[in-house]
Ligand binder design. Structure first.
Ligand SMILES: *[C@@H]1O[C@H](CO)[C@@H](O)[C@H](O)[C@H]1NC(C)=O
Ligand SMILES: *[C@@H]1O[C@H](CO)[C@@H](O)[C@H](O)[C@H]1NC(C)=O
Length: 416
């Protein structure tokens, strides 16, 4: 039996930065302080900028204001060892309940650092509502109005602002490569199908990792439940304090990070519940992951975002569903579809067979809707067992199964 004698060891302040916080097995966590098999992982303890600098990179913090007034923070990873002037910009866009930190959670094997090491100009975006993007030109993060945004707002205002900003700063090295995970793929599809000409002008390639371009066939209980209950929740609570429920530092965030790390047993249970309810079944879980995951996840978002992502399981990739107000808003009963057949920029789709959130069927449906010129790089199916939705970011084998392949692809089109 696992004892509970280690309760709260993660909540003790790290004074010198060398207190172990990660172990290779759940059993090892019982003696974490003195266990030589355990180690200190900065990603389990610190924020995005500190993680970046502690691996020897420089970091620039850029703030871009969207046309609807949100101030979005982007972190630019500066590789001090690469002197080459030719650095193609890459924008990394996280998914629902994550932040830009999700791309630097695996040390030197993180996608963000692998790209920086290869000489790319890496930008980590942080969607509105995450801990890094809680500013607005008019509203405070404590104002209810701040928390009324939906996925359309991110796709249409935020992605546009970020791409144009990056294109201005780094214009001499070619178009931007956009890499999005999950909802970071949704926002790309919304953006590029709404502004296909601008996308062609600014983006060289979209690499979408398990993108939600409609999740009719999802096995995620969480997404299905969101579709059932979020409509009522938004209607009842959108103008109340409850609308801030999913803000960073709010209850779910505190619960996850504090509660889930208390004992090895609870840690394992949290991961299993998370996999079962959100990510899809996974038979093996790397025990070194929970402290890193729960240091970043769940990040903040709004109730309407959760509702709209839930709705992708019933109505696919459409604009926000206002219910009876759709007719007034859009002139149709259902909200308009995002027509991905308008996108001419190449899209490289990646999905995993053991991902419970974005299934092979939904990926194929999306792929079949794309124009021939958008499909030139094809799609990639990860067949490894147990590689679920979260493993695109934190999976033990993410580097060998995925990132190395992405780097080859990007390198091959770099100077085209
Ligand atoms: C990250 O943490 C460091 C040290 O605690 C702090 O100085 C820095 O401002 C934080 N960065 C962000 C983006 O919050
Ligand atoms: C989507 O766009 C394509 C290309 O412009 C067009 O041929 C097609 O009719 C559109 N489909 C819908 C459902 O609007």
């Amino acid at each position: 039996m696992i004892t509970t004698s280690v309760i709260l060891f993660f909540l003790i302040n790290v004074t010198n930065g060398v207190i172990n916080n990660v172990c290779p097995t759940y059993q090892d966590y019982i003696s974490i302080r003195t266990n030589h098999r355990c180690w200190y992982d900065v990603a389990a303890d610190q924020n995005a900028t500190t993680i970046i600098t502690s691996y020897g990179y420089g970091v620039e913090t850029h703030k871009v204001v969207t046309s609807d007034g949100y101030v979005i923070t982007m972190f630019r990873i500066v590789n001090p060892y690469i002197s080459s002037k030719r650095k193609v910009p890459v924008l990394l866009q996280h998914g629902l309940l994550y932040s830009g930190a999700c791309f630097i959670g695996k040390g030197k094997d993180s996608l963000g650092f692998i790209l920086a090491d290869a000489g790319y100009d890496v930008w980590l975006a942080n969607m509105r509502g995450t801990e890094y993007s809680e500013e607005h030109v008019t509203f405070k993060k404590n104002d209810i109005q701040f928390w009324s945004f939906n996925v359309d707002d991110i796709g249409l205002y935020e992605i546009t602002a970020e791409l144009n900003y990056i294109a201005q700063i780094n214009s001499e090295n070619g178009k931007i490569i956009y890499i999005g995970h999950s909802m970071g793929g949704t926002t790309a599809l919304m953006y590029a199908s709404t502004f296909p000409e601008e996308a062609k002008h600014l983006v060289k390639l979209f690499i979408l990792l398990a993108p939600n371009g409609g999740a009719i066939n999802t096995r995620s209980i969480f997404l299905r439940s969101s579709a059932l209950v979020m409509n009522s929740i938004v209607n009842i609570f959108i103008n109340t304090e409850f609308a801030k429920l999913l803000a960073n530092g709010a209850l779910p965030d505190r619960l996850a990070s504090a509660a889930c790390l208390q004992t090895p047993f609870i840690m394992n249970a949290c991961i299993n519940i998370l996999n079962l309810v959100i990510m899809g079944l996974q038979r093996k879980t790397d025990a070194s992951i929970p402290p890193i995951l729960f240091n970043q996840f769940p990040s903040g978002t709004s109730l309407p975002v959760l509702k709209q992502i839930g709705d992708t399981t019933t109505i696919g990739l459409r604009a926000y569903d206002f219910g009876r107000l759709n007719v007034e808003k859009y002139g149709t009963l259902l909200p308009p579809i995002y027509n991905v057949s308008k996108i001419e920029v190449p899209i490289y789709l990646v999905h995993s067979n053991s991902d419970g959130v974005i299934t092979k069927t939904d990926t194929d449906i999306l792929f079949n809707r794309l124009l021939p010129q958008a499909k030139v790089f094809g799609k990639y199916e990860i067949v490894e067992e147990d590689f679920n939705h979260n493993d695109f970011l934190l999976g033990k084998t993410a580097k060998t199964v995925l990132y190395d392949k992405l780097l080859l692809l990007i390198n091959s089109i770099r100077y085209v």
